[in-house]
Ligand binder design. Structure first.
Ligand SMILES: CC(C)(COP(=O)(O)OP(=O)(O)OC[C@H]1O[C@@H](n2cnc3c(N)ncnc32)[C@H](O)[C@@H]1OP(=O)(O)O)[C@@H](O)C(=O)NCCC(=O)NCCS
Length: 161
């Protein structure tokens, strides 16, 4: 990351209309790095960025933002469709990995899920995606079976007080 970016504060926030272009840039960087082969919750296109930026529903789309650049992207989906247990997805900009952003976005999503009363979180990950599998295990996810070649993991959340 450039020195300019390092001087700026990190923000974790909902994706909103002002982040459309920055989110599209992150999506394009993920595709350029080939990450859409291991993580494909939706197409990583400018249209998908526009949709996320305008989204107003029960699901959660969040961004880790530094100086207007989206370096991390996370989601919890399922509430819109009526599920009690949301599915989590996350991606960090290829140039900003290994800095703890992935763990931070995960903790934010856990907090959001607990705040909304979810009993647990579900996710899917390819067994060969070593970084993601290690991150999820370290956060207490337990894998139970496979779905279309991906491990299915769950993490129980403490009940709301
Ligand atoms: C998986 C991903 C989100 C990790 O993000 P990150 O910001 O680099 O992760 P962090 O720096 O927060 O590291 C958190 C943990 O991840 C694991 N990890 C991260 N990079 C790793 C690597 N290269 N090899 C093995 N483990 C790794 C470690 O357990 C690490 O814990 P530590 O900090 O105690 O070492 C990131 O690699 C990514 O965006 N990958 C592409 C998209 C993707 O595959 N998403 C998951 C789809 S299921």
């Amino acid at each position: 990351m450039s020195a300019d970016l390092l001087r700026e504060q990190l923000e974790l926030r909902r994706v909103g209309p002002d982040l459309e272009a920055a989110l599209a840039e992150l999506f394009s960087a993920l595709v350029a790095a080939g990450d859409d082969r291991s993580f494909h919750p939706h197409p990583f296109t400018p249209e998908a960025a526009a949709e996320r930026a305008r989204y107003a529903g029960l699901d959660v789309y969040c961004a880790a933002v530094v100086a207007g650049r989206v370096l991390g992207y996370g989601m919890l989906r399922g509430w819109d469709e009526g599920y009690a247990v949301p599915s989590l997805g996350i991606a960090i900009h290829p140039a900003a990995r290994g800095l703890g952003l992935g763990r931070l976005v995960m903790e934010y999503l856990h907090c959001e899920a607990r705040r909304r009363g979810a009993p647990r979180i579900r996710l899917k990950v390819y067994p060969a995606n070593a970084a993601a599998v290690a991150l999820y295990r370290s956060l207490g996810y337990e894998f139970q079976g496979e779905e279309r070649g991906q491990l299915v993991g769950y993490k129980a959340l403490p009940a709301r007080p």
